[in-house]
Design a binder for this molecule. Structure first.
Ligand code: 5GP
Ligand code: ZN
Length: 116
């Protein structure tokens, strides 16, 4: 797996930075976003470092997205949201702040953000 020593998400994969893990396998890690937009806001990342959608490849992108349904279902079971947004930011102008490809899973609730 390619890792970048100055990448926050590579450090999370390596366990150098702690995270609240939602799902993990050989290729993919999902963990709660440190700054939750809604309850259960989760990031799904490939373990192989690529910057964003422009610099990834078919294999990494397809493996990454292939895991999203099971992670979305795990969030559905845990947090019981009314729906979920799945999104991906690429480039600073599009809101990307961490330059390791990631997908946001943002559970949506009938009322507000799901926090009590
Ligand atoms: P972006 O803005 O690049 O699409 O999303 C990056 C996300 O990573 C942000 O929502 C931000 O809150 C989250 N984030 C940044 N640093 C950390 C961290 O150290 N731990 C966790 N769990 N999330 C982080
Ligand atoms: Zn990385």
């Amino acid at each position: 797996m390619t890792k970048h020593s100055d990448c926050i998400f590579c450090k999370i994969i390596d366990g150098e930075i702690p995270s609240a893990k939602v799902y993990e396998d050989e290729d993919v890690l999902a963990f709660l976003d440190i700054s939750q937009v809604t309850k259960g806001h989760t990031l799904v990342i490939p373990k192989h470092h690529t910057k964003n959608i422009y610099e990834t490849n078919d294999e990494i992108a397809s493996t990454l997205f292939a895991r999203v349904p099971r992670i979305a279902n795990a969030l559905k079971e845990t947090f019981q949201p009314a729906g979920i947004n799945i999104l991906n930011n690429n480039g600073e102008a599009a809101g990307q702040s961490v330059f390791h490809l990631h997908i946001h899973l943002i559970p949506r609730y009938d009322e507000q953000d799901g926090f009590d």
